[in-house]
Design a protein around this ligand. Sequence first.
Ligand SMILES: [Zn+2]
Ligand SMILES: [Zn+2]
Length: 503
Amino acid sequence: MAHRSLLSSFLSVLLCTAGIFLHGDVLRGQPTAAAASPRLLNALILSGYNNHDWRTSTPFLKKLLLDSGRFAVRVTEEPSGLTPSVLERYDVLVMDYVGSRWGRQAEEAVESFVRQGKGMVVIHGANYAFTGLEVLGDGHKATGLKEEPWPQFLKMVGGYWTASEPKTGHGRRHTFEVVFSDPDHPIAKGMPPKFLATDELYHQPRMQPEAHVIARAMSRKETHGTGREEPILWTVPYGKGRVFYNALGHDAVAMNETGFIGSFLRGAEWAAAGSCTIPFPEKLYPVSKDAKRVLVVTGGHGYEPSFYTLFDGHPGLAWTHAVSASEAFQKDIRSQFDVLVLYDMTAELAPERRENLVRFLESGKGLVVLHHALADYTSWPWWYNEVVGGRYLLKPEGDLPGSTYLHDVELRVTPLGAHPILQGLGPMHFIDETYKGVWHSPAITPLLQTDHPTSDPVIAWISPYAKSRVVAVQPGHDRQSHFYPGFRHLVQNAILWAGASRN
Ligand SMILES: [Zn+2]
Ligand SMILES: [Zn+2]
């Protein structure tokens, strides 16, 4: 569960940055809530202004919270509009904000929210806000605007920035150890006794007596620090409420550390509920325990590397790659893989390789045949008649003319029926290569159809092969489909469905 989530969080940020795939990620849906949790905790992230890059940090924090399976999350980019009735439904506020004061109504609403027993989490530079120091705009520039401090906020956060001696600051960004000084605190209890962070190491925050430091780091002079241990994580009781401050989290890179993720999520859970169940992430890029083991076979036909992104980043797919069919089937692979994805174009397969492939399929393991792999093993009738239920004809055969192809066709595609592979898919529209004159077995179950005159009507199907689950998908030539959310969803669904063994 947690494993799933971390990977997708990380990817989501990468993918948001790349400006692609986000919809594919969304299509996959949210992980289910942690079994132990009675209900989702409601978190509201306060953002919209920050001298840090809130446009990437806020979505990252949101994704972490959502993917933990413990939180429902909303974001406001105008916290000055908060009222008691808006805040009522939330359990915890996450402060990713540095900017001007919010005005009486919002400030009183937030203060009484915490005082009356709810939670607040303050991230990194957000304890600069409301200190009376010059208001900062995006990119650390002072706006010239000075405001009165908000004393209740400074009490809630328990330690904040000051420009008077000893001044708050940080040395050079580097990798340092964060050590729990209160290993029995609920936030610390599920974490290792120390962890590494690559971040700014804040020094000399103006600590308040109510703050309880739970983790510290040595701020070394060599990195322009203070030569003393500095507080990194602390908690503050405020009225009946709980506040957690995390000095880590300068940007999405710093937030993409197991220590940040673990301490942020557990801290948010503690602030919201008073106890912690979210596990510490041992690894950032794990594959989920129940992931399908996928062997992807290429060779004999070129392709764009965007093809790999179909599998990379899906936590349910633990995939590896064989660069030829000959390499893929040199031994019995039944114990190693759950499903094969063919994206090769191989004319002949030697008899012992055929045997391994037959063994694999007869054992009930799945198969997905993509795009040019419809022209595989053209002299092996069992293969195309029984297993795939279709074949691209490289040349005319008897009464059948050769199949044809055309690149860069704008396709309108309609799902057919209610097969599990089509779940979540509606009509699609993307650019791909079309095939026409592909031989289809009369026994196939069509999944997708198109109306384009240069294409066969049926462009994806379930084969009639009884011993294992076989899916054929004709599109998939280049990045126009590889990156298209509907195509990604279709292929990923096809692999997961085919990989669910018949035996
Ligand atoms: Zn920073
Ligand atoms: Zn192609």
